[in-house]
Ligand binder design. Structure first.
Ligand code: PCA
Length: 207
C-alpha cells in the first residue's frame, strides 16, 4: 500500500507539548483512500530536523511527505506555499543553537514551492468548517528549515515525492488561563483538518 509520511515536532520554547506531534500521532496507521499514514516525531534542532525526516523517508519510501509544526499565535491552520533558503532563529533551538542570517543549503535556490495542492487543501478545510488559509511564510525557524531541506532533498535526488508543510495553532490546553491571551484551536479540529489535507492529497496523487 502506498504511504504518506506525516511528521510532528517535539515541544520547544518552554511549552509542555507540541500539538503537531499529538495531532499526527492520532492519524498513525490510518488508511485514507488506499494510502497508509505513517508518522514520526522530529527534533526542534537545526539540520537534525531534516536528517530525521530523511531517515523516515528512507524507512517508509512514502509517495508524499507532509511536515506539521506549531505556529503559536496563528488563529487558523496555515497551509504553507513556500520554503525559503534562510535560517534566522528568533529563539535558540532545543540544543541551544541560534542560527542567524544563514542559508539552509549553500548551493540551493532561494525558495521552493510546496508540491502538495496547497490552495485546494486550504479550500477543502474551509468548506468543512475548519478555519484555514494559504500562508506565504513558514518563518525562518526549524519549520521552514525542514520544509526547505526536504524540498531540496527531493529535488536534488530527483525523487517522485510530493511534499509540503502545515502550521497549526496552539491547542486549548496551551491557551487556557494564559496571560496575555493566545488564539487556540481544539486538537480534534486540528486532526480533522489534517485528515482533510491527506484526503485531498490522495485525490491529487491518484490523478
Ligand atoms: N514550530 C516551529 C518549529 C517546531 C514547531 O513545531 C516553527 O514554526 O518553526
Amino acid at each position: 500500500m502506498p504511504k504518506i509520511l506525516l511528521t510532528g515536532f517535539e515541544p520547544f520554547g518552554g511549552e509542555k507539548v507540541n500539538p503537531s506531534a499529538l495531532a499526527v500521532k492520532e492519524l498513525a496507521g490510518k488508511v485514507v483512500n488506499g494510502f497508509e499514514i505513517v508518522t514520526g516525531e522530529i527534533p526542534v534542532v537545526t539540520q537534525k530536523c531534516i536528517d530525521e525526516t530523511i531517515k523516515l523517508i528512507k524507512e517508509h519510501s512514502p509517495v508524499a511527505v507532509v511536515n506539521v509544526g506549531q505556529a503559536g499565535g496563528r488563529m487558523e491552520i496555515s497551509v504553507e506555499k513556500v520554503a525559503i533558503n534562510v535560517k534566522d532563529y528568533r529563539i535558540p533551538d532545543n540544543e541551544g543553537n541560534q542560527m542567524r542570517f544563514a542559508s539552509i543549503a549553500e548551493d540551493g535556490p532561494a525558495a521552493y514551492f510546496a508540491t502538495i495542492p496547497v490552495e485546494k487543501i486550504a479550500e477543502e478545510m474551509v468548506k468543512q468548517t475548519v478555519p484555514a488559509s494559504v500562508s506565504y511564510t513558514a518563518g525562518t525557524y526549524c519549520c521552514n528549515e525542514v520544509f526547505y531541506g526536504i524540498s531540496h532533498y527531493i529535488h536534488t535526488n530527483n525523487l517522485n515525492i510530493s511534499n509540503g508543510f502545515i502550521h497549526i495553532p496552539f491547542i486549548l490546553e496551551q491557551a487556557a488561563g494564559v496571560t496575555p491571551p493566545r488564539p487556540s484551536m481544539s486538537l480534534e479540529t486540528i486532526v480533522k483538518g489534517l485528515e482533510i489535507a491527506i484526503t485531498t492529497l490522495t485525490e491529487y496523487i491518484e490523478q
